[in-house]
Design a protein around this ligand. Structure first.
Ligand SMILES: [Zn+2]
Length: 299
């Protein structure tokens, strides 16, 4: 079986895989896995969101076939051979069925054999079914109860992947007090490596956004090592800022909600100074395919 880092594998198999793949990461979870190799100047990531993989491969929406879209993206990602892959939630079509995740796993396998794949959960995911298919090590104590949290200790940039899934197949999201408290503690105690926070939900004040976004913002705003937030949910590609923190909204892989939006993924190069983000559009609005957005981190 392919070694796949999206599960909480035991330490020995993690290290084996990491060495085999030349991975840069420390993966921290409740079972405190870890491997650190310093000195990297940049890490390269494939950033995906909203894959919406169905159990029925022919399922389609707005003329898009999410299964086929990911089938097209995975070879591109494998060819680009980033250090890691991140998918920002809404992995499954609508309700996070076991068959959705089985197809997702099958589709990701070619890249997961070569590089670690990290995933967040969105409002169209089912935590229990996700964990069942992705074969989490039983008995591993999660860092936050009933939440799926992953820390990727760069270097040169740390990713903290949070869980904003509140209700399956209903739009809003919530980190919740326990997860926010955990995040605050972690950020207080970790070193000053530039940190990017990742999850599914958007950061507006609407009823379908991240409902505790204001609390999150007020917590991270003074913590200078937090440089950016990466998220999905809107199926729209865009960059904005909050108090110098870059807000990076990834396009969807599965389908767009508007013809003006690209469908595809983003290739990112992260350093201690900032990041380059290159759009890899496969459908929808192809106009900005290949365009590069350069961001500088706040001091
Ligand atoms: Zn979505």
């Amino acid at each position: 079986m392919a070694e796949i880092l999206y599960k909480l594998m035991n330490r020995r198999s993690f290290i084996k895989t990491s060495l085999a793949a030349g991975a840069l990461f420390t993966l921290s979870t409740g079972c405190n896995l870890g491997l650190k190799r310093g000195g990297q100047k940049a890490s390269r990531w494939a950033l995906l969101a909203d894959t919406h993989i169905p159990a029925d491969v022919n399922n389609n929406y707005r003329g898009f076939f999410p299964y086929q879209n990911l089938q097209k993206v995975v070879p591109e990602v494998t060819f680009a051979l980033p250090d890691g892959v991140f998918i920002a939630g809404d992995l499954a079509r609508l309700e996070g069925e076991l068959g959705d995740y089985a197809n997702l796993k099958k589709l990701l396998n070619p890249v997961a054999e070569k590089r670690p794949v990290f995933m967040a959960l969105g409002n169209h995911d089912n935590r229990k079914n996700f964990l069942e298919v992705f074969d989490e090590t039983s008995g591993a104590k999660p860092v936050v109860k009933d939440k799926y949290v992953i820390i990727v200790e760069g270097p040169p940039v740390r990713l903290i992947i949070l869980d904003s899934l509140l209700y399956v197949n209903r739009v809003p999201g919530l980190l919740g007090k326990a997860q926010r408290q955990w995040l605050g503690n972690y950020l207080k105690n970790c070193d000053d490596m530039p940190t990017v926070i990742c999850f599914h939900h958007t950061l507006g004040d609407g009823d379908g956004d991240l409902l505790d976004v204001t609390r999150l913002f007020s917590m991270i705003e003074p913590i200078r090592k937090v440089k950016a937030i990466i998220y999905g949910h809107s199926h729209a590609y865009g960059f904005s800022k909050f108090e110098g923190i870059h807000l990076i909204n990834l396009p969807a892989v599965g389908y767009n909600f508007s013809d003006t939006e690209p469908v595809g993924w983003v290739e990112a190069k992260l350093t201690t100074q900032g990041g380059d983000f290159t759009l890899r559009a496969i459908a929808g609005n192809m106009h900005k395919d290949g365009s590069v957005k350069r961001l500088n981190w706040r001091a």
